[in-house]
Design a protein around this ligand. Structure first.
Ligand code: DP6
Length: 326
């Protein structure tokens, strides 16, 4: 069997996936919407061979037991489809800090799913790949698509998958990601999801979310950046209000996160269209338009608590590349 390497982009959720109605299948409480990010990606090489024992290396190191179990569980899911029991070597690397709120599990499991299926010569539709990737990590089901993506929550495994709502070339939106910390976050999204319903605000969120998704889709259709940014920033604050008020309460932000939020508001006051959003973590995304990107990046780079910035445009689905990692 051949060695296969896949590069998958991560994404940023405009409307967040938070809470699961089925934990084992990873069926989310609500639909979510995201932008695939060309600029932040995971590269993964896999090779099946009887010479190996199952091996998982991420960022140059064998992963810890729990993470290994999660990866191998997913590989086993795919091995069952391929009717295969050959051991696999997996080497994976991100070009951005992982487990810091930048959805590295989304790009990671999207890359792994694509790579294993290609190595096993299994040809599936994008919908089928999305359904498989979802079972490893919710965000991964969106990262198998390109452009502006919607994940339909569904009522069963077969009906919970993502699709491209608008392709990457539809609208040139940029994301400047401010890194304010590189250490692993204290609570993973997987653990955080469990507490979603303990927030008194969660029910209210569920009541309004369909309308909110429709509004964001309309803003994308109309290429109305002010409307999109306003909705997305408000959604990020609503989402974090749920984290603050869950039990246990989750405060993911660092001082640097708040410094970026204030700078974004200052930029807007000065006429620069920029809006922030944050996942479960401290690193923060700033959405803007191409004409403001340089200015936004310069402003964020000049902040004392910002360690570095990454820039991204709207990206495409995972692709097979020839630069193997081993
Ligand atoms: C806040 O996809 O990381 O980023 O399904 O347990 O792997 P698991 O969770 P994960 O949750 C991401 C939550 C979020 C919102 C989002 O990306 O939609």
């Amino acid at each position: 069997m051949s060695k296969v390497t896949v590069r998958a982009n991560t994404d940023i959720a405009l409307i967040k996936y938070w809470g699961k109605k089925d934990k084992a299948l990873r069926l989310p409480e609500n639909n979510s919407l995201s932008i695939i990010l060309d600029g932040l990606h995971t590269t993964t090489t896999v090779e099946f061979s009887s010479q190996y024992h199952d091996q998982v290396i991420i960022q140059g190191r064998p992963v810890k037991k729990r993470e290994r179990q999660r990866v191998i569980k997913h590989v086993n899911r795919l091995r069952t489809i391929a009717d295969l029991d050959t051991p696999v070597k997996i080497v994976s690397s991100n070009n951005f800090p992982r487990s810091t709120g930048l959805s590295s599990s989304g790009s990671g499991f999207a890359a792994l799913t694509y790579a294993v299926l290609a190595a096993c010569n299994i040809d599936l539709t994008e919908k089928e790949i999305s359904i498989l990737a979802r079972q490893a990590s919710g965000t991964a089901c969106r990262c198998v698509c390109g452009g502006f993506v919607e994940w339909l929550s569904g009522e069963s495994s077969d009906t919970s998958y993502a699709y491209t709502y608008q392709p990457s070339q539809y609208w040139d939106v940029r994301d400047v990601v401010a890194i304010v910390g590189e250490e692993t976050k204290s609570t993973s999204s997987t653990s955080g999801h469990i507490g979603a319903r303990t927030s008194p605000f969660f029910t209210m969120r569920q009541q309004n979310i369909t309308q909110k998704i429709d509004q964001v889709k309309q803003a994308i259709d109309d290429k109305d950046f002010t409307k999109l940014g306003t909705l997305v920033e408000a959604e990020a604050l609503e989402f974090h209000s749920i984290l603050f008020t869950s039990q246990p309460s989750l405060i993911m932000w660092y001082p640097g996160t708040l410094q970026v939020m204030h700078e974004v508001r200052n930029m807007r006051a000065a006429g620069i269209e920029a809006y922030f959003t944050i996942n479960t973590g401290f690193n923060i995304h700033v959405l803007t338009l191409p004409k403001y990107q340089e200015k936004v990046q310069q402003s964020l780079d000049s902040l004392k608590l910002v360690q570095s910035t990454h820039t991204a445009s709207v990206g495409n689905k995972p692709k097979i590349i020839q630069d193997h990692l081993f």
